[in-house]
Design a protein around this ligand. Sequence first.
Ligand code: MG
Length: 393
Amino acid sequence: MFVSGPPTILHADLDAFFASVEQRDDGRLLGLPVIVGGGVVLACSYEAKARGVRSGMGGRKARELCPDAIVVSPHFEAYVEASREVAAIFKRTAPVVERVSIDEAYLDVRGLEAICGTAALRRTVRGEVGLPISVGVASTKALAKIASGLAKPDGLLVVAPEEELAFLHPLPVERLWGVGPATARRLHAAGLKTVGDIARTGEEALMALLGPHGGRHFHAVAHNRVVRPVVTGRRRRSIGSQRALGMPGKRPDELDPVLAGLADRVTRRMRRAGHAGRTVVLRLRFDDFTRATRSRTLPRPTCATARVLATLRALLADARPVIASRTLTLVGVTVTNLETAFGQLVLPLHGADGAALDAALDEIRDRYGTHAVTRAALLDSRDTLATFLAPGE
Ligand SMILES: [Mg+2]
């Protein structure tokens, strides 16, 4: 029997972050339905959420639901500045801080009084940065994250160790991080609606349903047995992903959707982890098991999907003579020469890298799962689990 430790992990998540910054910086917006982003909704205030507006929604649908919404353009510098200030407060609060994205982090407050620290954290963020933040406290990261989600807006939820399973099991399966729409459909089809239903299902049956990795993983999650430490400032050398093309393999002219999918996945992981990289590597394997590698180093680090994809296309064009008429069985993409680039990440938002789109897509997927939106170039992407297991979570 797994015994939980004390609740010393906080998941701190700013509420409706972009929209809250807009309301903070323009007092006239306080208490009003605010939508950030004129095309896709990047963020919306709780007043807009109450009317059914959601991040990732098309602007037209949002305005139909909420005709009196005030639509503002994003001010990314202000968001980065606020994010930095909040990060500094996190550092003062806990010895170990793992930033997950621009508006959330895990804090390990071992050795401190968790509840005390949490109250102080929320007060300080409100007082010094002027933003509402919700905090979940539990013995594991997974539970702390669920708790902060349920605490919103502007709330605190502490899950006592003896209450963890009672807290977890009634929740709908969609609350588990990594359960996107596709996994949820599969679980529902098998009659599994709550986390408790998953917990009561045998590991083997889950593996049959979700694949060996997913089955094992969600079995452990449902029993709250996934204990991943809060890790500060991990230094990674590279982030990569690969895709087996199966047999009979693919012709080079069939590769573009595969490259687009890999570029999307890798850069999304980079952005979540706060990395930008300069060197893009394309790895190819053929049906006779020979390999080819091509790489290019860019003048500036990037985490923009469009930039990485354009580089991959150029590398593939370079490799054409080597590929000749052979058949590809595997494509791998790695970005190396990484820099930890929190803050710098936002610079390309002003360029033509499509980074505002990247940010919008990330935001949508963070909320609705990897499958919520897909680039037109992506055909059959089953990366919910891959994303779930990506670093930075
Ligand atoms: Mg947030």
